[in-house]
Design a protein around this ligand. Structure first.
Ligand code: T4K
Length: 368
């Protein structure tokens, strides 16, 4: 009986490597609220990413909610419908109205050429997503934001380790939020971070993720509990020692998929990661109309062989009940996003995926 293959599998270092960290926590009894591992991990991440300021948080979703609050974003925010539902939910949690704009079919990220037409006097920001680790057109988005006086927030949940000519892509935007969920390239079981442009913004974010406390008796804003625990922070410190090797193995898996699938009639791949500075966090294929079976039939076929691919991101966010009544959510406004939601299948990719399993998966796809 062959083992099931899931879309993601978290990296876990040998348990013995984690035990000394746990002993330290058991010894000092500091479990959360910005303890020593939290501080060390923040600094180590800044060094690793080459950014000056970041604030750890308990997950990417609360990171997004807090980032929007920190920037004082209100009214309407232009965003992509092609993402995990947490992107748009972070707006609703702040009582902000999402205005959906279509995506660029080449990168599946927000199409800058569609943004200006969606700006109204109520627009205060753009929330864009580096989908699958493919960098948004950050220069075009910045130019539009500057012209109209808008803030830019990047949902960089998928973008840990992605670099461009200037360094980590997490430095872009007024704030950038990364997820360290178990299914991500770099994870701390649950977790995330808000990358900040300066110390003052980081301080503000630090207060907001701690209920709004600035000292023992002063609460300045209605903050939330978005803190990362010491166990998660310690695990993150350990994970950082393994991330380069893990990314290198993902690169091999990505390359093996590409080599085997390139040229398959009816299967389209996004441009290779190196051209777009991505991080092999997902392996999306687009099942076009001329493929032998439908995307959903291929999904079922893989399942019947114990391969659990995922239709990220189907349904489109704009089609969920809390969004679909909105004018910008209508299908005629979002042809590319709807097409992607109906075509994309994310094949399993993780550092421990063997090349034999890649071949097995490709054979199922090609034999369909
Ligand atoms: N923005 C974007 C663009 C995002 O993609 C996400 C999260 C967020 C914001 C929010 O960040 P967080 O608040 O989550 O930090 C998963 C994740 O829960 C979610 O983090 C992620 N995006 C989203 C794309 O995918 P599911 O429902 O697909 O997860 P699940 O449990 O079905 O896991 C997929 C497969 O991974 C499983 O079949 C088996 C494997 N797996 C999963 C877990 C959790 C494991 O082997 N071990 C595990 O512990 O949502």
């Amino acid at each position: 009986m062959t083992q099931p293959i899931y879309v993601a599998q978290p990296d876990l270092p040998p348990l013995e490597e984690f035990l000394p960290y746990l002993r330290e926590i058991w010894g000092n009894k500091i479990l959360t609220n910005g303890g020593p591992f939290h501080q060390q991990f923040e600094q180590a991440l800044c060094d690793h990413l080459g950014v000056k300021h970041l604030s750890l948080c308990s997950n990417g979703t609360l990171g997004l909610v807090t980032a929007l609050q920190a920037l004082g974003v209100t009214g309407e925010v232009i965003t992509t419908p092609y993402s995990f539902v947490a992107s748009a939910h972070s707006l609703l949690w702040n009582r902000i109205e999402p205005v959906f704009v279509d995506i660029d079919p080449a990168t599946l990220t927000l199409d800058p050429s569609k943004i200006e037409a969606a700006i109204t006097p109520r627009t205060s920001a753009i929330l864009a997503v580096h989908c699958y680790g493919y960098r948004c057109d950050v220069d075009a988005i910045r130019a539009i934001a500057d012209k109209h006086g808008l803030k830019v927030i990047y949902d960089a949940a998928h973008a840990f380790g992605v670099r461009d000519a200037g360094g980590s892509v997490l430095r872009h935007g007024d704030l950038s939020v990364v997820s360290f969920h178990a299914t991500k390239v770099f994870h701390t079981f649950e977790g995330g971070a808000i990358v900040c442009p300066n110390a003052e913004t980081k301080r503000h974010v630090d207060h907001l993720k701690n209920f709004g406390f600035v000292d023992e008796t002063t609460v300045v804003e209605a903050g939330i509990n978005g803190k990362m625990s010491e166990v998660n922070a310690a695990f993150g410190l350990l994970q950082l020692q393994h991330i380069r090797a893990s990314l290198a193995r993902r690169r091999h898996v990505d390359a093996a998929y590409r080599e085997a699938l390139e040229g398959t009639p009816g299967i389209r791949l996004l441009k290779s990661a190196d051209e777009l500075e991505a991080n092999h966090s997902y392996f999306p294929i687009l099942v076009e109309e001329n493929f032998s079976i439908s995307r959903d039939a291929l999904y079922e076929k893989l399942r019947s062989h114990g391969v659990f691919s995922r239709r990220y991101f189907y349904p489109l966010i704009a089609n969920f009940p809390m969004y679909r009544h909105m004018a910008s959510a209508q299908a005629e406004n979002l042809p590319q996003a709807n097409a992607a939601a109906n075509k994309v299948l994310c094949l399993p990719i993780y550092s421990a995926l063997s090349l034999a399993d890649v071949t097995r998966i490709v054979n199922i796809v090609r034999g369909a």
